[in-house]
Design a protein around this ligand. Structure first.
Ligand code: COA
Length: 323
């Protein structure tokens, strides 16, 4: 049995926040943010939480797969902004919202969360244990951002993206390969120190902290290696890829990795200007944009990559299996 990427869906909250809006809150400028990151605007939740965003994205993905809630036999949700600190998992809340009675759990792999979820769904389906798994990346990052810290608050945004991964006997539509990695020696580079049992509810340190410059360098190095490795071991080059759909953290990281594998600019999908860095949601949100614009066709080979806190990183070769 093989696993195929059967459908995609996404949702962003209504409130759009431009760089000019942020100029009024911190000492920054549209020019600096655009030049250093490529970001122009992002969306922030108002009265919604992560499970609300995830539910809406999941509902669309299930419908587009031509399925009903009762067909979904597992929910895997990647997030670093769960509704609750320990339990219930956000996946359980979303499953209930969608009327799904099936195993549901969260995974924590920061911005690489969607690729980790994809790897798990692929393994469960190939083992014969599941037939239709809903995977979701969903984040309300505005809730863990320090709006006094200009080095982080201009980067992140909120949103959710989802996909249904389904069993197939057709090898041509199978998810080809996934590469996932982690290196905990970088644990202090991207961290929310005051949100866990180690430091308790330390109100001084409740927000996300990032060593941006160092993170940037490790991201470019590890991602370039990961995408090169996955292409090499499958005997592929950028010629075999229709769309390079990377995690949307910073256009400079995307550009550097694209250059490393000689990916033509017209194949690189860039949505960071519209949404900012939405962590685990960014890849499915970008796939969804391509789908809704009518640019992504059934059978198109997608090269995905992502990098995030932990550090975690990875890449995947995925033919789009939706209609
Ligand atoms: N507005 C204006 N100036 C800012 C600013 C802001 N929002 N944030 C930082 N600066 C200033 C710094 O204070 C520094 O000033 P100085 O030279 O007077 O000390 C200057 O800009 C350069 O800062 P630096 O941190 O070296 O910038 P950079 O080119 O590395 O860009 C990031 C910063 C965060 C955009 C970049 O490091 C990055 O994208 N890192 C990776 C982030 C990432 O991907 N994180 C998530 C992983 S999923």
């Amino acid at each position: 049995m093989y696993a195929k990427f059967a459908s995609v869906g996404a949702y962003v909250p209504k409130k759009k926040v431009t760089n000019f809006d942020l100029e009024k809150i911190v000492d920054t400028s549209d020019e600096w943010i655009t030049k250093r990151t490529g970001i122009k605007e992002r969306y922030f939740v108002e009265d919604e939480v992560t499970s609300d965003l995830a539910t809406k994205a999941g509902e669309i993905a299930i419908k587009r797969a031509g399925l009903k809630s009762s067909d979904i036999d597992m929910v895997i949700l990647a997030t670093i902004t769960p509704d609750y600190f320990a339990m219930p998992s956000t996946a359980c809340v979303v499953a209930e919202n969608l009327g799904i009675k099936a195993p549901a759990f969260d995974i924590s792999a920061a911005c690489t969360g969607f690729i980790y979820a994809l790897a798990q769904a692929k393994a469960f389906i190939e083992s014969g244990m599941n037939k239709n798994i809903l995977i979701i990346g969903a984040e309300a990052l505005s809730k863990i951002i320090d709006f006094k810290d200009r080095t982080t608050c201009v980067i992140f945004g909120d949103g959710a993206g989802a996909a249904v991964i389904s069993a197939t006997k057709n090898r041509d539509e199978a998810i080809l390969d996934i590469d996932i990695n982690a290196d905990g020696s970088y644990q202090d580079y991207l961290i929310t120190p005051g949100r866990g049992v180690k430091y308790g509810c330390d109100t001084e340190n409740i927000y996300l902290q990032m060593k941006g410059n160092e993170t940037f360098k490790v991201a470019v190095k590890t991602l370039s290696q990961s995408v090169r490795d996955i292409l090499d071991r499958n005997g592929m080059t950028s010629d075999n890829i229709e769309w390079f759909i990377p995690h949307q953290a910073n256009y400079r990281i995307i550009d550097a990795v694209a250059r490393a594998i000689k990916m033509p600019a017209e194949k690189s999908v860039l949505t960071v200007s519209k949404y900012g860095n939405t962590s685990s949601a960014s890849i499915p949100m970008a796939i969804n944009d391509m789908y809704e614009e009518g640019r992504l066709k059934k059978g198109d080979m997608m090269l995905l990559d992502a990098f995030g806190g932990g550090f975690t990183w990875g890449s995947a070769l995925v033919p789009f299996g939706g209609e």
